[in-house]
Design a protein around this ligand. Structure first.
Ligand SMILES: [Zn+2]
Length: 1153
């Protein structure tokens, strides 16, 4: 066989892989690790069963005890204050390398590592002497024994995984959810979502979150519901024929309605929402026990919500008029059994109407029209409308126990909130690609009719859980990967070999290409190559090719990338202790730079720059006794004053670097310089990488609006009065095009920019973030940074950011089979043409959402194919191609489309689409367009797929029954409907973060997870069952945790037992709880341990470290917390879920009439 061409070191393909059961095997990460505690770096290497292993306490507090260093001899003054000094060191203004500064003699630094090494290294990661090991992005592939056939469903043993291990895995994962990998954006600092008074100084820092952990996996929460109900009656239609008592059974738990088997969820009609008051006779008989206006009787614990005003539901809503809201409601139709499932007709139990409910929707400003005297409103019973919690639980219980095998075309994966294992049998894992629909309409007419966007959310370098196999690395030698002659698609499982294996027909463009001699292989009787299972590119959905020199810039293999740390040393940065913190951290963090496979040390070189109005470069060449500083004050024409000695190997220059990091905080300690430059900093990093002829990443730590005279200088143009005007969009746009041009240059060089912002006031994130955004970088924001409360978060974010897997100089192209093509892209990247997505850097957390449109008809037989090819340079400088393939079904019946949609992915797309829309349109226009599109999607379903029923009934497709609630969350988000205290920077920040989020991240960001801590079982590893995000679900006697990927709130009810308060906070009463806490006290009792382990676990699951905020019921901060109770009406005017659902129903009825 000519098969064995690749030289590999990895485990043979097809054999049981060592890596399968653990993440430390050589195959996976390279070097065998010494016995390391399981959690060691686990977060980094892959999700750990977060559940079972609470993250180790983050014990790293490097900052506090800064070792005192000897005083620097000559570098101890801020150059800005010492002209003479500067003069001597300054490089010639125009160019030319400045003479090396006379070196200051710095005390020799201590070994950087010494202080940290043990015990407290990365957050959550137990320290150990073992080198931080990161899994290689891919594994070498060695042809080996034949795996089982791809298309089977059974899969387990496919690639040799021992069945036993599988079992073990599934058990192991049963309790976990996959949540996330998400990095979410911290809410803006200012925070304030509440009333002005509500936000104490604390709030200032509310924003960013750090992330610390490295793992995408989340644990699952509560016990799976036993019943599978999928459809819930949404509304309570009056059922004439039904006995009342049946309808409103108190026992009815949301979600437990008899499950309809498939798609349609019917909502029964609720009282007409449209304006007219509801006749008292309205269908539902009053139910005994129903309370008016108040919270449902069944939830006595309802916390402090004011009695709802008379319902506005029927009345015109006071808020901004929304289209479609006017008009008297259509006559109510005879109620029909609310649940229309079209497919099987069964419908769930319906709760009876609650005529007496007086208005649970206290303000529906948006949708309501006038507050008129409300007719006896009928309130939709929240328990009768689709519950996100129920859907999540159902999916967990139905799909969490078996692996998701990718051998079947068009298969809809489990939800992102379900913890499941993936077996690659020919299609890319949903961890890499998720689609809005797995069944694409055959024609563009159908697609237009449905209005369902066809999009894929792609995360090319996604981190996999340790139990799953990393993509194999295939090396075809000098000839490179085999590709279609015409469309250049890469060899994949869908190519058809013909003529005895001498040629293959492209599955994308149908062109026939000769098989290169070295790649020839005979076919078996089914027409399949006999080496099918030996080659990842023939049998797997995801794999990598080693790229040849043809894939390299200038036809030269790349050199390893470099990291340049660029630290603002102006007054604010020095005063807050930030500079000292960063320097101290870097001394240990530099030993954890990404490394590839079994390399002993990272190939990444490092460099250092500090700046305020001028830039200081440092020569840290290993041969120097002390670092040397060179100052460049001519920021208008940036250049790098030294080449040799600027970018160095950490191990070689360890002593000099440590010395420098000890010196920097001392040198600028007395600075009075408050002004900073910004663009020249990026330019300096870019020039340094150019000079070194490599790609790399800049880590910029910046504190203020760059007002110093220099290119890219900015002015404060913040103006909240622009909100809700046609000019609001300018707040999201950069104030100068200078940064767009700079970004373009950075992308060309492979210079990725990660930005850490520490603002005490407006610093124009919309403009400063341009380069970061277009180079594929990350932005972090810590408003009103305070060492005591924010350092953990920042350090965790920094550690993760420095260590995470990243590809440089990346170009991604998505090819599709004939009939559809990629037409639009969303994410952090740059595009110089219409097909190639360019990213100076692409890390494991970044996603690119791609939209497809028809350009021809598709056929049900052939389906549709996507191939995402990412060309990038690894952290060791190896040029690679990562390929992900996905096959989808095509349909001629709309019902098939609606049956195979994924709402979470749809929301990811819609949010990104809307967040881009605000750059060019008023936010109201954007919101209206979103509502309209979703109404059309649902109306099309109703018209074409649902069984005939009265117009008064809302019928939702099963797979989209959460579309209204999630859409409402997007509409109410800070970007689209800001509350009074949300700052302009916060909005720009969130807008950028969401644009790169994956599906799990957008899911929890828009619909936060709310857990009753007091219901947690302290003896189990599981999380308490989540509850819906509504105040009426809260009990005064309980403590809850809410997380959205950016923040974690711990809400304490006023009636919580003193013992619980003592156990959790270490104080004797509710009034003594301090809401200034940024961490919970470490107390030795089961409840405290359980809560802290839950928090640690959640931190591990997110890509940013979440800020912990303690909220006491009825305290000022509670307003902020309530902002995240997304099923309720928001202070900024966002509708409640119930109101919004009614509104959507009206919109749909209008479209249908
Ligand atoms: Zn082709």
């Amino acid at each position: 066989m000519s098969v064995n061409q690749q030289a590999h070191t990895g485990p043979p393909y097809g054999q049981p892989q060592p890596g399968y059961q653990g993440y430390q095997q050589p195959a996976y990460g390279g070097q065998p690790l010494p016995a390391v505690p399981q959690s060691q770096y686990g977060a980094y290497n892959g999700p750990m069963p977060g559940y079972q292993q609470p993250v180790p306490p983050q014990g790293y507090f490097p900052s506090l005890g800064f070792p005192s260093k000897g005083s620097p001899v000559s570098l101890n003054s801020d150059t800005s204050l010492a002209p003479n000094f500067i003069g001597s060191l300054r490089a010639p203004p125009t160019s030319g390398a400045p003479p090396p500064a006379s070196g200051a003699s710095l005390p020799s630094g201590h070994l950087a590592y010494s202080q940290f090494g043990h015990g407290d290294v990365q957050n959550g990661i137990p320290a150990s002497a073992a080198p931080m090991q990161r899994p290689p992005a891919s594994q070498p592939f060695l042809p080996g024994s034949a795996p089982t056939p791809v298309s089977q469903t059974s899969t387990f043993q496919q690639y040799g995984h021992p069945p036993a291990s599988v079992q073990q895995l599934s058990n192991h994962m049963a309790g976990m959810t996959i949540g996330s990998t998400t990095a979410s954006a911290p809410p803006p600092a200012g925070l304030g979502y509440g009333p002005p008074t509500s936000v104490p100084p604390v709030s200032g820092s509310f924003s960013a979150t750090g992330s610390g952990l490295y793992t995408p996996y989340t644990a699952s929460q509560g016990p799976p519901p036993t019943s599978v109900s999928q459809g819930l009656p949404l509304a309570q239609p009056p059922f004439p024929g039904q006995p009342i008592s049946t309808q409103r059974l108190p026992t009815q738990v949301p979600g437990f309605a008899p499950p309809p088997s498939s798609t349609g969820i019917g909502l029964s009609s609720y009282p007409p929402t449209t304006g007219a008051p509801r006749p008292p006779t309205m269908p539902g008989p009053p139910l005994p026990g129903q309370t008016l206006a108040g919270p449902p009787a069944s939830q006595p614990n309802h916390v402090s919500s004011p009695p709802p005003p008379p319902s506005t539901m029927a009345g015109p809503h006071p808020g901004p008029p929304m289209s479609g809201l006017h008009g008297p409601p259509p006559p109510t139709h005879p109620p029909q059994p609310g649940y229309q499932m079209q497919q099987n007709g069964s419908f769930g139990q319906v709760r009876g109407p609650q005529p007496n409910y007086g208005g649970a929707y206290p303000g529906t400003p948006n949708y309501g029209s006038q507050p008129g005297p409300p007719p006896p409103p009928k309130r939709l019973d929240p328990d009768s409308i689709p519950s996100p919690i129920q859907v999540i639980e159902d999916d967990r219980s139905n799909r969490g126990s078996e692996p998701f095998v990718t051998g079947v075309r068009g298969q809809v994966p489990p939800l992102v909130t379900t913890n499941f294992l993936v077996k690659d049998q020919g299609n890319a894992s949903p961890r890499y690609i998720r689609c809005t629909s797995y069944n694409i309409p055959c024609t563009s007419d159908m697609a237009k009719q449905s209005q369902v966007p066809l999009a894929a959310v792609i995360k090319p370098l996604a981190t996999l859980p340790p139990e799953e196999t990393l993509p194999y690395l295939v090396d075809h030698g000098e000839s490179g990967p085999v590709r279609c002659n015409r469309c250049k698609a890469y060899m994949c499982p869908f190519m058809q070999f013909i003529e005895g294996g001498r040629r293959f027909q492209c599955c994308f463009c149908s062109c026939v290409t000769e098989v290169p001699p070295h790649y020839f292989q005979h076919l078996d009787h089914t027409g399949k190559r006999v080496d099918f299972y030996d080659r990842p590119e023939l049998s797997l959905g995801s794999y990598e090719f080693l790229a040849t020199v043809d894939y390299c810039k200038n036809n030269k293999f790349p050199t390893p990338p470099a990291f340049i740390f660029m630290i603002d040393v102006s007054y604010n940065a020095m005063k807050s202790g930030l500079v000292r913190l960063i320097c101290e951290e870097l001394k240990s963090l530099l030993d954890y730079l990404p490394r590839e496979g079994n390399m002993e040390e990272s190939a990444i070189r490092v460099g250092f720059v500090t700046y305020n109005k001028v830039l200081h470069f440092y020569n840290v060449k290993s041969s120097l006794a002390q670092p040397q500083m060179m100052v460049v004050s001519d920021v208008a024409d940036m250049f790098v004053p030294l080449l040799d000695g600027f970018l160095v190997n950490v191990n070689e220059s360890r002593t000099v670097i440590a010395s420098l990091l000890d010196q920097i905080p001392e040198m600028f300690a007395d600075t009075r310089e408050t002004e900073t430059v910004f663009a020249p900093v990026i330019q300096a990093g870019l020039e340094a990488l150019k000079a070194a002829e490599c790609a790399g990443k800049l880590f910029i730590f910046h504190t203020s609006l760059p007002i110093a005279e220099a290119p890219g200088k900015l002015k404060n143009r913040d103006d909240k009065k622009l909100i809700n005007t046609d000019k609001e969009k300018t707040l999201f746009q950069p104030q100068t095009s200078f940064y767009n041009n700079l970004a373009k240059d950075c992308v060309a060089q492979g210079c990725c920019v990660d930005l850490f912002l520490f603002p005490n006031q407006y610093l124009d994130v919309a403009t400063l973030g341009v380069v970061t955004y277009q180079t594929g970088g990350s932005i972090y924001k810590y408003a009103y940074f305070q060492l005591e409360t924010d350092q953990d978060r920042f350090l965790n974010d920094l550690r993760r950011d420095v260590q995470k897997e990243v590809g440089f100089d990346a170009v991604m192209r998505v090819r599709t089979s004939t009939g559809i093509r990629a037409t639009d892209f969303f994410g952090a990247f740059y595009m110089s043409n219409t097909t190639d997505v360019e990213m100076a850097g692409l890390d494991c957390d970044k996603t690119i959402t791609v939209e497809f449109k028809h350009d021809d008809k598709l056929s049900e037989d052939s389906g549709a194919l996507l191939q995402c090819a990412l060309l990038y340079t690894s952290c060791a400088g190896q040029r690679r191609l990562r390929i992900h393939n996905l096959s989808l079904n095509c349909c001629t019946q709309l019902a098939d489309l609606y049956r195979n949609c994924e709402t979470d992915t749809l929301i990811n797309y819609l949010a990104k689409y809307a967040y881009r829309g605000v750059l060019s349109s008023p936010v109201k226009t954007v919101r209206d367009a979103l509502i309209n599109q979703c109404a059309q999607i649902l109306a099309c379903y109703r018209k074409n797929c649902a069984s005939p029923s009265s117009a008064g009934q809302l019928i939702l497709p099963e797979c989209m029954k959460l579309l209204p609630v999630y859409l409402n969350c997007v509409l109410k988000s800070d970007v689209l409907q800001p509350g009074p205290e949300v700052t302009t920077d916060d909005r720009a920040y969130i807008r950028q973060l969401v644009t790169s989020m994956d599906v799990a991240e957008t899911n929890v960001f828009f619909y936060p997870r709310l857990l009753p801590l007091t219901k947690a079982d302290v003896d189990s590893d599981s999380l308490p069952a989540a509850i819906r995000n509504s105040e009426e679900r809260l009990s005064k006697g309980d403590i809850y945790l809410l997380e959205n990927g950016l923040n974690i709130f711990v809400w304490v009810g006023v009636n919580v037992q003193q013992g619980l308060i003592q156990n959790l906070f270490g104080v004797s009463s509710f009034s003594q709880i301090s809401n200034a806490l940024s961490t919970l006290p470490v107390l030795e009792n089961p409840f405290s341990k359980k809560v802290r382990s839950i928090i640690d676990m959640l931190q591990v699951q997110r890509s940013r470290y979440m800020k912990l905020i303690i909220v006491k019921q009825e305290d000022k901060l509670e307003m902020l917390f309530k902002h995240f109770l997304v099923e309720d009406k928001s202070l900024s005017g966002g509708a409640s879920y119930v109101d919004f659902l009614c509104h959507m129903h009206k919109e749909i009825r209008q479209l249908l009439s």
